[in-house]
Ligand binder design. Sequence first.
Ligand SMILES: [Zn+2]
Ligand SMILES: [Zn+2]
Length: 253
Amino acid sequence: MQIILTGTGTSQGVPVINCKCEVCRSENTYDKRLRTSAIVKFQDTTLLIDAGPDLRQQLLAHPVERIDAILITHPHHDHIGGMDDLRPFFFRQKKPLDIYAGEETRKAIQKKYYYAFDENPYPGAPQFNLIQLENRAFTINNHQILPIYAWHGKMPVWGFRFGNFAYLTDIKEISEEEQAKLQNLDVLVLSALHHKKHHSHLSLSEALALIKKVNPAKAYLTHISHEMGKYEKIKKILPKNVFLGYDGLEIKT
Ligand SMILES: [Zn+2]
Ligand SMILES: [Zn+2]
């Protein structure tokens, strides 16, 4: 399995428009972050996790032949705002794209992309086949996916485990029961916003505490704000099995 972090930035991306901080002015490409998204590739299957507003750029940078399904974590714009740009895959694959999402996300997609659900859709409109996520394992082309249920402030958010790899973004709280699904991981991708406390995101210290508790062999941080600090500076203060994610990072398990 191969995982590509196609975006590792928080909702405004990094640099933030008009911001003059040292991170936003940095020339290091590791300090430039598109909105958070990932590609998960098996030999015969390609999945996308989230489809935010930078999707087009991300798939031009990391071309994939086809997309078998899109897993959506939650309905915030930075995770669903690029779904119209999935049209080339719909045109090529000639069938509605399978979108796995929780109930709130399904409603948000139907509202945001109302024209895709018209009875007589405009011929160029994308078509989505919305599939309800339940809190139990399911398969796509025989690959087992275990959903993980967590909280993003007051909003439910879904993470996913594929074999010994798990991906959890935009979380703040996760029950002991759901944490049990994060045992014996080779790789955990986990969101960490910045250093201060936040109502709906784990801070760096909260993310590190959760990583220490579930103890994956390696963890990569994502959904990072410009307030985290520069890549070169922060990577030096992390525990030895924890790495700052960056756009384009490829992980093999
Ligand atoms: Zn987000
Ligand atoms: Zn969010």
